[in-house]
Design a protein around this ligand. Structure first.
Ligand SMILES: C[S@@+](CC[C@H](N)C(=O)[O-])C[C@H]1O[C@@H](n2cnc3c(N)ncnc32)[C@H](O)[C@@H]1O
Length: 364
């Protein structure tokens, strides 16, 4: 889809592509940020951008070479794709929400993420690398507004001013840095008396081990002949950890689209047979690589529910499973993944279900 602002028109697509007409590559909060910068004649030199999922803000500020914070492999691919489509050389410097930058920025643009923990982590990073005279322009859709936006922002900044609503979006402008004590932005989650999981702010299931994953781990079937195993969409690594307990000598791969998730899993599981992959698909694996693939797959992205990504992953799971291999996964019971799994796999068993969750074992 094309978007024109001032004299520039860019084509911006989602990656991965979608069949859904309701899922767009930008929303009014992105437009609102651009309009605000234009109306207030804010200089875009020395800018850092957060949560720009498909590159809308990065494209329209590309001439100023902003630092773009990339937290997902799929986000990186979306930006590369959209810059290429628009014939813009991709020489944007990039970073992620936990990497350190000692440069000082004058302007930070942030699409407020669904996870308020992530918002807090990102504001702490911005706070660290913003010049004293700098400002932060946060965009959000009014339907997602939470009072915590203001309370979190005021932990870091003296001045927090909200704009009027425009096309059901607002911007929140933050100025004047407060003194903030250094803190570690890690959550700790109880797993057992011996084990606590650590994860960066913004990683899935911050308060407890996810209930679907607990249900899954009680019902997964890891056998002695499962020697090469993948935890797909591994998050903080909890499922891989449970697998390792049962098969300490197996080779276990963990793969996640989120750098914060993958870096968290490195704090929770270790061993010579463990390999971590930062990716949004299985394209680095040969056909018929794994004896077992386990997963609590993704169906939600920020405020969107999207089954298409999981369905693409399932196709690749099929390709990467050895003959006789097994794909075991858990989902919410209302999602009805069964029909899709039946189309792909030779045999699909429901291992256990309750009112909330269902565990499948799919045989290749
Ligand atoms: C439901 S969570 C499960 C996390 C973890 N296994 C657990 O049980 O706590 C789904 C995970 O999928 C990841 N994810 C989303 N899209 C992905 C993709 N295309 N490829 C791999 N991982 C993805 C998310 O970052 C998230 O960590």
């Amino acid at each position: 889809m094309n978007y024109t602002f001032k004299e520039n028109t860019y084509t911006i697509e989602r990656y991965p592509p979608t069949q859904s007409k309701s899922l767009k590559a930008w929303n009014a909060a992105d437009e609102h940020i651009l309009n605000f910068l234009e109306e207030t004649k804010t200089s875009k030199k020395n800018t850092v951008i957060f949560n720009d999922r498909f590159g809308f803000l990065s494209l329209f500020t590309a001439q100023y070479n902003p630092l773009v914070v990339l937290d997902y492999k799929s986000q990186e691919k979306a930006l590369i794709l959209n810059f290429k489509t628009n014939n813009i050389t991709f020489d944007l410097p990039t970073n992620n929400s936990i990497s350190k930058s000692d440069k000082l920025y004058e302007l930070a643009l942030i699409k407020i993420p669904k996870s308020l923990d992530l918002f807090r982590l990102q504001l702490s990073q911005i706070h660290h690398s913003l010049a004293e005279s700098g400002e932060v322009v946060c965009g959000f859709m009014t339907k997602y507004f939470s009072k915590q936006y203001l309370s979190i922002a005021s932990e870091f900044f003296e001045e927090c001013t909200q704009s009027k609503a425009w096309k059901k979006s607002r911007v929140l402008v933050l100025k004047k840095k407060k003194e903030v004590k250094k803190k570690t932005y890690l959550n700790e989650i109880f797993y057992s008396k011996e084990k606590t999981f650590k994860q960066h702010f913004g990683v899935f299931s911050a308060k407890n081990i996810d209930y679907a994953s607990q249900f899954f781990m009680e019902n997964m079937d890891v056998r002695m002949d499962h020697n090469k195993i993948l935890d797909l969409a591994s998050g903080n690594g909890v499922i891989a950890y449970a697998v390792q307990k049962e098969r300490p000598n197996a080779e276990i791969d963990l793969l996640d689209d989120s750098i914060l998730a993958l870096e968290s899993s490195k704090m929770n599981i270790e061993g010579d047979n463990i390999t971590f992959h930062y990716n949004d698909c299985l394209d680095n694996f040969e056909d018929q690589t794994f004896d077992l693939i386990v997963s609590n797959p993704p169906f939600h992205f920020e405020h969107e529910t999207n089954i298409e990504i999981a369905l693409e992953l399932f196709k690749e799971v099929k390709r990467c499973l050895k003959k006789g291999g097994s794909f075991q996964m858990v989902t919410s019971n209302h999602l009805n993944s069964k029909t899709h799994l039946y189309k792909l796999f030779h045999k699909v068993d429901i291992v256990r279900e309750d009112l909330k969750f269902v565990v499948y074992n799919c045989h290749s």
